[in-house]
Design a protein around this ligand. Sequence first.
Ligand SMILES: Cc1cc2nc3c(=O)[nH]c(=O)nc-3n(C[C@H](O)[C@H](O)[C@H](O)COP(=O)(O)OP(=O)(O)OC[C@H]3O[C@@H](n4cnc5c(N)ncnc54)[C@H](O)[C@@H]3O)c2cc1C
Length: 270
Amino acid sequence: MPPSATATESVPNGTHAEVDGDNAEQHAGIAAALSNGSLPPLFDHPIDDYRPLKIVCIGGGISGILAAIRFPQRLKNIELVIYEKNAEVGGTWFENRYPGVRCDIPSASYQYTFESNTQWSEYYASGPEIQRYLLKVADKYGVRKYMRFRHQFKGAAWDAARGKWDFTIEDLDSGNTFADSADIYISATGILNTWQWPKIDGFWDYKGKVVHSANWDQSVTWDDKDVAVIGAGTLLSAFLPAGLAALCSAEGDDAVRHLATHLLRKLLTS
Ligand SMILES: Cc1cc2nc3c(=O)[nH]c(=O)nc-3n(C[C@H](O)[C@H](O)[C@H](O)COP(=O)(O)OP(=O)(O)OC[C@H]3O[C@@H](n4cnc5c(N)ncnc54)[C@H](O)[C@@H]3O)c2cc1C
């Protein structure tokens, strides 16, 4: 049925109502029925007349890239917008640049099933190699046309009457905040994207250089330094050997004067 047409709506309690075919009003009818505890009304329409759907996805990492590939391939009549706070796709692999960053499951398993890379240079590929793979996939499928880079999601609220999500988005370049709305909201922001400094008394009294693995300062050198590492996650096994290897090759083993690993759990429980 054309969107502007008037239809007879079958209401499950046995009554019938004339309803306008407008999408917003149909949604209002559905919301009203649901709030009454009734089943949503049925609408007549041709089987190939796909309802227009707007999808807003937040995040352009591995998940967001996949959304930009699969949704347009598999869903009809959609408008897809992906808001990404960074200037490029990749998420984890765009942001994490500490020495030795790499995956900790075999690379043959850490890739899209439909874009199999048989040429990984290492069993556990480095972060830059994974990022190059993601950029190649992004280029091949033209995902950037759906992306709004340097746009940060600030919040979302569901409007039941309209059947829409309302978003608040900040354009990080202009500083302007604006609203958008969609039928479907996909959060692909990653569970590890919001990094934090450890909460340790006196932490900020330390006068030396403090760096976080998730926001690595590329200018940091390890030579002639006492280095303390807080935390012992999987990345420890990557950047510690990488840092030491760089140090040893530059200065010789003697350059390692002191290396202390403070296990965060131990600190918090002592
Ligand atoms: C160092 C490291 C190594 C890892 N190794 C492995 C591994 O070996 N195997 C494995 O399975 N997993 C690993 N992971 C987990 C990894 O995060 C996931 O595998 C995967 O990359 C997550 O992809 P994603 O797209 O869901 O999220 P992310 O890659 O985190 O991407 C989220 C995106 O959302 C964006 N975003 C977040 N908040 C907002 C906002 N408010 N507004 C706009 N954009 C926003 C971010 O900028 C980012 O681009 C590792 C993680 C790290 C940090």
